[in-house]
Design a protein. Structure first.
Lengths: 667, 154
């Protein structure tokens, strides 16, 4: 019954989204606030309806209602409750439903709290309604998660979920990732609306900023969770593989990062307006493309649950309609936008322009690398592979210069800046960076100049971001009381920027160090035998059988001793066999020391001349915690910036935010 | 089971069979220098049945077979280039994770470069359109300015 109620709610949501679009357009054309108000009401109601449909699906999963096809295929009574519920968004159908919940949720939020000018708001609500109708239509007609099984063939037990996916980080990964992906839909709608209204100006740039910040921060968290899951669950000791699925989430992130920076230029200087609008369309287009790549089965991966060409085609059509329509509108309207604010190369906007060029080129690297194998295979049938070696080289070559410029750009003034002055204020940061690079070069084995340069670059970005913050509060140049007053008076946006820049520096530091000096060892150990790894000693104490809630595991107990002979931990890696699906899964053990981690995987049991043995593979991952801490700092920076009073969704009347009067519409 | 579905199942299996993988002591070459060369090659060879893993990371049977094949060739004294050529002849370009520098692949490097150049061109055009530095104030403008505003108004 609840299932049928959910079905009804989904169809209702589709109808309401169509109504939202039609009412808003009619209201906009007739300049009738009653009609646009009804459109906004429909947006909120559509969210409520689809949320009910989603709750119905969660209920079906929680109660293991195997008469629902999706539950039978993706759940199992032996799963812990958390993973039963997470199963609701673990499948193809469920994840697209979650996508629609977010899409209508953002639409409802914009309708409810966005205080925008009449025309812009009506057009944006209409666009958001059209997007929602496209995706909900896909659910209702092609990918319904609430479809029942023929009553006579309802199974007694479900087909389980991949045990690799039974993990807290992974249960949380899709909601964060999707809230980021879909958050860009509001920016997309506002960009389309701005093009329709012929108005892309500083006020508009300020209106898109909170949505961009929210989407970007959540996407950052989502990607980090996914990366962390791959790190400790897949047992290969690495954290980023340039897998097409990872790339699919990384592209909107890169473009979102470019958007955050170009929107700042548009907001403060009125320049780059049409470029910002293009990025606003592009970020959500790449989000949709990511969903298409991951969910259509074009890529074979753990994410491609529903491999069904018809659905893939339907998603491609949705992508074509939404993105193609928006880009065509852009091609038609953008040339008419007034966008000729001049700036000199040595200025804040000059630096941000360079940032945008490099980020756009980095996005192109990931986009071409991900799509070319598909395109080549489709055109001339010669499949090629584009793997980590290509990305590592090309991507780093583009991002490293961006990081070199970052601290300088942040210290330059708008319009026309004093480069010598900015560099002077960065002397300490430069010395810190140099010292870090030299120390690493002198102290680490094997010696790697490139990695030392990477560490120096990370230190440069961190020290530069801190120098910029110190500059703002006049640290060292004013009495401490005044420094405190200034620090308290600084807008949250400034602190957010500092945090995010420190975060990218921390990430660069960790990534350079870990990549250069990680080490690995593999040995078949008999009981009592030990191996050495980067000075640590790993001794196999014993092996035992362990019974989990829905698996049986062989567990190795490995005593890890640090180079000074002090015990670090007892690592307990497992090999689990899940009874329901028969899958054989490795559970790694990780021991942390400071920023470093010892990562232990138990492999086959085998017989060696010395007796029965367990194959033990262990990684020494120095500074790896920085790789995950950096992005979290960036996300935190985004959220702090979002809490800035000047950026609150509601505080947008022009008089109060005090931006320059808008240039006249282009027509 | 459809073919893609089979591939997905194989990929999952490959992930699930994690064990000693590339550095299994039973498989290693005696000469550490040769073994290091083998490991470097493994990182550039795709595990054909996995998602986008190299044979260095994968535990699939096929990855194991390819590793042993490469180790065997290294032991026979073949060069890296010879081994790559052998793999490509047998499995096609697909097997190498670093795409070959060819006309069909040129866009991998030309595309991002074009973006950078387009950025530079857009910047130059913007500078030209806006006429570079604004012209200094004329004497009359100067007079009007001082008539209307005090200098310390800024």
């Amino acid at each position: 019954m609840i299932d049928e109620f959910g079905q009804f709610a989904l169809v209702l949501a589709l109808t309401l989204s169509l109504g939202q679009c039609a009412l808003s357009i009619a209201g906009r054309v007739r300049r009738d606030t009653a009609l646009t108000g009804a459109g906004e009401g429909a947006a909120i109601a559509a969210f409520a309806a689809i949320a009910l449909g989603f709750l119905a699906l969660i209920y079906a999963f929680a109660t293991s209602d195997f008469s629902v096809l999706n539950v039978a295929a993706n759940s199992h009574t032996a799963k812990p409750m958390l993973y039963k519920i997470a199963g609701a968004w673990g499948s193809h159908e469920g994840s697209i439903l979650l996508w629609c919940v977010m899409l209508t949720g953002y639409g409802a939020a914009m309708a409810a709290v966005g205080r925008l000018p009449f025309g812009l708001k009506a057009s944006a609500v209409a666009t958001q309604g059209a997007l929602a109708a496209l995706f909900i239509g896909y659910i209702v007609f092609a990918s319904n998660p609430l479809t029942r099984i023929d009553p006579l063939s309802v199974p007694a037990q479900g087909d389980s979920l991949n045990p690799l996916l039974q993990d807290p980080a992974l249960a949380a990964h899709p909601p964060f990732l999707y809230s980021g992906y879909v958050g860009f839909s509001v920016v997309f709608s506002l960009s389309v609306a701005a093009l329709v209204e012929g108005r892309v100006d500083p006020a508009w740039a300020r209106w898109i900023r909170p949505w961009t910040l929210a989407a970007w921060s959540l996407l950052t968290i989502g990607i980090t969770l996914g990366s962390y899951w791959a790190y400790y669950e897949l047992g290969w000791g690495g954290w980023w593989a340039w897998d097409p699925v990872e790339n699919a989430s990384f592209m909107p992130w890169l473009m979102g990062t470019a958007l955050l920076h170009s929107a700042a230029v548009t907001e403060k200087r009125g320049a780059l307006a049409s470029w910002t609008a293009l990025l606003g369309i592009g970020a959500f287009t790449l989000s949709m493309m990511g969903a298409f790549l991951v969910r259509s089965g074009v890529l074979t991966s753990v994410h491609a649950f529903a491999i069904d060409p018809k659905r893939g085609l339907a998603l491609l059509v949705i992508l074509g309609v939404a993105a193609g329509g928006a880009l065509a509108l852009y091609a038609w309207r953008a040339p008419k936008l007034k966008d000729d604010a001049a700036f000199t190369p040595i200025s804040r906007e000059g630096a941000l322009f360079l940032n945008n060029v490099l980020l756009a080129a980095a996005t192109a690297v990931v986009l071409i690398g991900t799509l070319l194998p598909l395109i080549r295979a489709a055109i001339d049938g010669t499949p090629i592979s584009v793997g980590a070696p290509y990305y590592n080289l090309t991507f780093t070559a583009l991002v490293a210069p961006a990081l070199v410029v970052l601290p300088v750009g942040a210290l330059l003034a708008w319009k026309r800046a004093d480069l010598a002055g900015a560099l002077q204020r960065l002397i300490v940061a430069a010395l810190v960076a140099l010292a870090a690079a030299l120390a690493v070069l002198a102290l680490t084995e094997p010696r790697s100049a490139l990695a030392a340069a990477g560490v120096g670059l990370g230190a440069w970005v961190i020290a530069g971001a801190l120098a910029e913050a110190a500059e703002r509060v006049k640290l060292g140049r004013a009495p401490l009381g005044e420094v405190g007053r200034r620090a308290a008076g600084l807008p949250r946006g400034a602190w957010g920027m500092t945090l995010a820049h420190v975060g990218i520096g921390v990430f660069a530091l960790g990534a350079a160090y870990e990549t250069a000096w990680r080490s690995e060892t593999t040995e078949a150990l008999t009981l009592g035998q030990s191996i050495r790894l980067a000075g640590f000693e790993l001794r196999l104490d014993r092996v035992a059988e362990v019974f989990g809630p829905n698996y049986i595991a062989g567990r190795a107990y490995i005593r890890v001793t640090d180079p000074r002979g002090r015990g670090l931990c007892e690592a307990e890696p497992e090999r689990r066999v899940y009874a329901a699906g028969g899958q054989d899964v490795s559970q790694v053990a990780i021991c942390g020391r400071g920023l470093d981690q010892v990562y232990v995987v138990a492999g086959d049991r085998r017989v060696t001349p010395g007796g029965p043995a367990v194959l033990v593979r262990a990684y020494w991952n120095p500074w790896v915690r920085l790789v995950f801490a950096g992005p979290l700092l960036m996300a935190l920076g985004g959220l702090v910036s979002l809490s800035d009073r000047r950026l609150r969704f509601a505080v947008t009347s022009r008089a109060r935010v005090g931006v320059a009067p808008a240039p006249a519409p282009a027509e | 089971m459809t073919r893609p579905l089979q591939r997905a199942a194989l990929a999952l299996l490959a992930v699930a069979l994690l064990g000693g993988a590339a550095a299994d002591p039973a498989d290693r070459l005696k000469d550490p220098a040769q073994e290091a060369r083998a490991r470097a090659l493994f990182r550039d060879v795709r595990c054909l049945v996995c998602q986008s893993e190299s044979i260095d990371e994968s535990d699939a049977t096929l990855a194991h077979d390819l590793r042993q094949l490469i180790r065997g060739q290294i032991a026979q004294g073949r060069s890296d280039a010879q081994i790559r050529a052998f793999l490509v002849a047998r499995y096609g370009q697909f097997v190498l994770l670093t795409p070959k520098a060819s006309v069909g692949n040129a866009i991998l490097w030309a595309g991002p470069l074009a973006v950078v150049l387009a950025g530079a061109a857009a910047f130059a055009a913007r500078r030209r359109r806006s006429g570079g530095e604004p012209a200094p104030l004329s004497a009359q403008e100067e007079a009007e300015l001082s008539a209307c505003c005090r200098p310390d108004d800024d």
